[in-house]
Design a protein around this ligand. Sequence first.
Ligand code: FAD
Length: 411
Amino acid sequence: MIASKISIIGAGPAGATAALLLAKMGIASVLMDKAKFPRDKICGDALSGKVVETLSKIIPDFSAQFLQTNIQVPCYGVEFVAPNLQSIKLPFKKDFETNKTAPGFVSKRIDFDNFLINEVKKQPLIQLFENTNITSFEKQNDGWLLKNEDDSFVCKTNLVMAANGAQSQFSKKIGGIEMEPKHYCAGLRAYYKNVSGLSEHNFIELHFLKEFLPGYFWIFPLPNGMANVGVGMRSDYVSNKKVNLKKEMLHIISTLPNLKERFKNAELVDDIKGYGLPLGSRKRKLSGDNFLLLGDAASLIDPFTGEGVGNALWSAEIAALQAKKSIEENNFSAKELKNYDQEIYKKLGGELQLSYRMQQLVNFPWLFNFIVKKSNNNQLLRDTLMCMFDDVNVRAQLKKPSFYFRLLFSN
Ligand SMILES: Cc1cc2nc3c(=O)[nH]c(=O)nc-3n(C[C@H](O)[C@H](O)[C@H](O)COP(=O)(O)OP(=O)(O)OC[C@H]3O[C@@H](n4cnc5c(N)ncnc54)[C@H](O)[C@@H]3O)c2cc1C
């Protein structure tokens, strides 16, 4: 039997980052994953500024180091295509053409997650167990006993960090987190090669097509002329409208005039695969006696952008700091760990609520069209929308009625 004060279920971005941050503070942990790395994870593969910010605290000069690898493309902005097909390109940074510091990246998750696991393997304070599917969790007085299917792996721990993704049984059975279709998104991912018309600066593209509202379609550039192409739609709409996402996606690619041409010579590599996105549009309880929920297991995906890796990393950082405090005070009670929930929602709550409101924008295509048209003619508005993904203060402007009033009457 293995014993550790801190045990982390799931070695995806949330779990691996929590272990790395703990190790940086001199704290040992056990990290378990049912998979053997490198392993695939269905995702859009876009890594935001939050990822760069958090990993820079672990890996000195992360951005420059990652840029040297051949598993990424640096990403400098986002292009939104409105339902009327007008589009707006928003750089993440104004000086992106001269300042080559990458604000974000696109990297296949099979590669990016393995990059993190390689960092984990360098750390003597982290015991990594791959091929270890944790299926049983027994509550004990001072923590939990975690076991795999045939009990060949048993781990006794004071604090469980459940970082095992959207289908976490720990979140469901112990954390009480249910899948709620209104706060959940269904997504499909496909890898294509030879999609034409990709942006010179690797802008990611989000298309809000009138034929596919309230869903969205994306094209994200990858290394070696590849692209991550996918669709997402809230699960309640998928079931109410009986949408066949795969059929819709192939229809979009093969028939819509603006896209058909770009996919003329494109070739599908690998199968089209689907997975769920637990959205952070509803506040939930994220801790209890001797446990914390992290990343997708805590339903922290941004409801507007679908970005989950950055929030997973932020939750890992808050969890690691809470674990340090709990160890110092030898207090792993639900009452103490509630501070984790408070810190999470202090940091992310406003942003998640704002994104939830922005998600509603897709129900008003005319408003979407109008904002894109105006932005193309109005530098001030374009500047405001710029960094929308990064800067909550900028996003906060979008919820003020005065913003729309100014928009209506500005040139
Ligand atoms: C279609 C789609 C597109 C997306 N696009 C983007 C995007 O472009 N950018 C972005 O930032 N986010 C995106 N997301 C969200 C993003 O993928 C997640 O938010 C992110 O992976 C969360 O990281 P995590 O570490 O919490 O969970 P995961 O990445 O899911 O990792 C969980 C780990 O736990 C392991 N595990 C599971 N069960 C067990 C068990 N019982 N025992 C042991 N180990 C276990 C798994 O093997 C896995 O390694 C997308 C999601 C989907 C579905």
